[in-house]
Design a protein around this ligand. Structure first.
Ligand SMILES: [Zn+2]
Length: 357
């Protein structure tokens, strides 16, 4: 789409090397060699970095080749929208995806309109939230029943000492809006005690991120089961594990992961039942650990929201103690109590280990 008013410029992520009389360009996997390239062309290249009229590009053969090979984008139009400046470097990333057909502005709008539900506002979630806002995600529902405690502050970047005693959801929403005033944040302050608690919150979400860890495994079941009912894509993470990311019926869910575990170790359910009766400990927590896990969660969510396939579909990403990371396969379990397809009751679920009053 070029016309007399259209201006074109080099995509921000285009890399260049000038060797002898040739200019070598790369953008992702695309390579282009412009030769001869001499001092005479250099001012035009600088001009092209800033933006040239489409007619000028069309009249210069090497510029025209760059355009044909996908190295040029339309200049960002003059706009009063402050988010175009805020997300300028994000738009450079999205620019590369324009080659697949959608403009970077459409992709940014998709992120801004995306609604992400976050269950649990611990240290992991605090890094996830900031990463998502940095990536342009614009609508959030945050769910947590706790208040801020002093001991949260060694790993959460959402809270300050002045917030101790205040609801986490309230403080988080304030921090998020302070960081980016044009996002929407809905707060829900309650302790999740069943899948039914979550169903109304998930109905209009584009993705739910389960980042709560209590009660162990049971909270994963409630989030997964609620997402199954509302058909909401769901990704769970805790500690140093992320996944599997369930997008639809075809993929494994977190309870498939559980089902494989209890199939290998039938006593696992009983062990959980006993663990749930023991006094709850307070595990050690290092902020960089959470930040690394959170980066994977946020990247996966953004990939999904942009229409790319997340890396943790049917896999679990795991960070080991020596900082090596890798994927463990997690295929759908036909007898999974949440998404199983055998038609029977399926394998026992974690909530069956809960002592009900
Ligand atoms: Zn499942």
């Amino acid at each position: 789409m070029t016309g007399t008013d259209t201006r074109l410029r080099l995509r921000g992520r285009a890399q260049m090397i000038w060797v002898d009389d040739a200019l070598l360009l790369s953008l992702g996997t695309t390579r282009l060699r412009v030769a001869p390239f001499t001092e005479k062309e250099l001012p035009h290249l600088h001009e092209l970095r800033g933006g040239c009229a489409a007619d000028q590009v069309a009249s210069v053969p090497w510029m025209s080749r760059l355009h044909g090979a996908g190295f040029l984008e339309e200049c960002t139009p003059a706009s009063s929208d402050p988010d175009l400046a805020r997300f300028d470097r994000l738009l450079n990333f999205l620019s590369e995806m324009e080659l697949a057909g959608e403009s970077r502005f459409t992709l940014l709008r998709r992120l801004r309109e995306a609604h992400c539900v976050i269950v649990g506002l611990g240290g992991l979630a605090s890094w996830v939230v900031y990463n998502l806002v940095c990536c342009g995600v614009g609508r959030f529902t945050v769910i947590d029943g706790d208040v801020v405690e002093m001991s949260n502050l060694n790993r959460s970047i959402l809270f300050t000492e002045a917030d101790v005693g205040r609801p986490k959801v309230t403080v988080a929403a304030e921090a998020m809006r302070r960081f980016h005033p044009r996002i929407e944040v809905t707060t829900r302050q309650f302790v999740v005690t069943s899948q039914e608690d979550l169903v109304p919150e998930l109905e209009k979400a584009d993705v739910v991120l389960g980042l709560a860890d209590q009660p162990p495994w049971v909270i994963k079941e409630w989030i997964t089961a609620a997402a199954q009912r509302t058909k909401t894509p769901v990704l769970l993470a805790s500690g140093s594990r992320v996944g599997p990311f369930r997008l639809d019926e075809s993929g494994a869910c977190a309870m498939c992961d559980w089902s494989h575990q209890i199939e290998r170790q039938p006593l696992y359910g009983e062990l959980l039942r006993r663990q749930l009766r023991l006094p709850r400990g307070s595990s050690g927590a290092l902020s960089p650990h959470g930040a690394m896990t959170a980066a994977v969660v946020a990247m996966e969510a953004v990939r999904h929201l942009l229409g790319l396939t997340p890396a943790t579909v049917n896999r679990v990403w795991q960070l080991a103690g020596d900082f090596t990371a890798g994927f463990d396969p997690c295929v759908k379990h036909p007898r999974c109590g949440v998404c199983g397809t055998t038609g029977d009751k399926g394998l026992p679920l974690p909530s069956e280990s809960l002592e009900r009053p």
